[in-house]
Design a protein. Sequence first.
Length: 317
Amino acid sequence: MKNFIFLWLLLAICAFGAAKEDAASTTQQAASNLPQPNFETVYDDNASDEQIDAGLDALLEFAAQNRGRIDEDFGEFKDRIFTAFIFNPKVLRNSKFDFERIEKILKFKPNLNYGGDRGYFSPLKLAIFFGSKFSGETAKLYRFDSADAMRLLELLVQNGADVKADGLLLDAVSNDNFAAFKFLIEKGARDASGAVGSILGSELIFLSKHNISIMGIDTPPPKQVREFAASEEFKKFSAERLRYLDEILKFQSFADLDRRYLEGFIKFVSMLDDDAAAEFLLSRGLCEQKELCELLEERVKRYDAVKISKILSGKGK
């Protein structure tokens, strides 16, 4: 039925967990003689847009006739009725949402806080993904309008989706969806675990795409590494990544962040002699944490980071 399983695999790259069986729910449903909704058409890659629309209308009719079952898990994939309205082949191939039908199914007040803790993808996670900055081959497949993706995200939150669910901010960072990131924080999201690691990882990947690797280096890097780090291309990319950390530091201090990734980021900045990133860290209170400040100083000396050394000297460090 779900021939577009490739997208689920793509989403799994964003660090979502593996699915777990819910034996109790399966047993309960197997024993049930209640009518079941038909998801076959809405998840059929070969179905036309019109056929999928008809399938969605049938799900709307099922919801109307079975109002107490809107939050039930159906079938081997434990489908929720609501998911079909935001994730189906028509949505994917056209990169557009059918907001008219989405709003109709929302009138049945589905609980939108499902999926994430069992390895499936919650509606919020899907909305964040749809607002991603796709690149390469993926960008050829999906061309979702960022405003539409934000409209979907806002609609979900307005209808009860919990912004405090684990991992949402990490998903937004990993998918480079800054609009969603800011919106979630404004609405109360505070779980920033893993975000610093994602920022660091994305910068390392960016270097590797330009045939630059600093893995395993513990001395001043080759000249071309710092030349690239001083380029406008890298500065622009780095600034875009640092804005995520800037938002996090508005509600958390450096002491609250994952120490392992933060130390890795300090080493990374020092090796590149990235004065802009160093200035960013210092201006936001890095040296209020003595151990982190000492680590920066030690790494600046080890990697002979001249530009950052001047910044530290000017600040009396």
